[in-house]
Design a protein around this ligand. Structure first.
Ligand code: ADP
Length: 153
């Protein structure tokens, strides 16, 4: 089982898309292992977006993530990192495929509704960045046998 981080960005909060976005992960069959609202600051965003530090839009992207609180979610499933990235779609909402969150709900490169971890390694680092260990819950999903065949997990 993999765990991955999803952040519902200020664009999701302001546009009233929290239910729509979480519904998609829920209906896919991912287990919600953690969820909390938090106000991000420049320090945590500088760490989170360190790979963008030389881009001209670095500060603007960080500022856009502080306009409202975000909702941090931890989802779990078999191959969850890739599955969640596929549901997310390409970074630029204008180019993201229809059916994906960004493809259906965003027209923007920056205001693209969600952040989702792009690899298992970054998921581990990012979950530690946004969650304390006791905020991740390991309850069992009662419908588990209807989500996976016995040789799929
Ligand atoms: P992703 O969120 O798809 O993993 P990146 O890690 O490359 O993409 O970028 C992080 C975030 O920075 C994006 O989700 C988006 O909000 C913003 N961003 C990336 N590239 C651009 C760009 N060219 N113009 C404006 N914002 C951008």
């Amino acid at each position: 089982m993999e765990k991955t981080l999803v952040l519902l960005k200020p664009s999701a909060i302001q546009r009233g898309l929290v239910g729509e976005v979480t519904k998609r992960f829920e209906q896919k069959g991912l287990r919600l292992a953690g969820m909390k609202m938090m106000q991000l600051d420049d320090a945590i965003l500088s760490e989170h977006y360190a790979h963008l530090k030389d881009k001209p839009f670095f500060q603007r992207v960080k500022d856009s993530m502080m306009v409202t609180p975000v909702i941090a979610c931890c989802y779990e499933g078999v191959n969850a990192v890739e599955a969640v990235r596929n549901i997310t779609g390409a970074t630029n909402g204008q180019k993201a495929v229809p059916g994906s969150i960004r493809g259906d709900l965003s027209m923007s490169f920056q205001e693209n509704i969600v952040h989702t971890s792009d690899s298992l390694e970054s998921a581990k680092v990012e979950l530690e960045r946004f969650f304390k260990p006791e905020e991740i819950f390991d309850y069992k999903l009662a419908v588990f046998q209807y989500l996976y065949a016995c040789d799929e997990y």
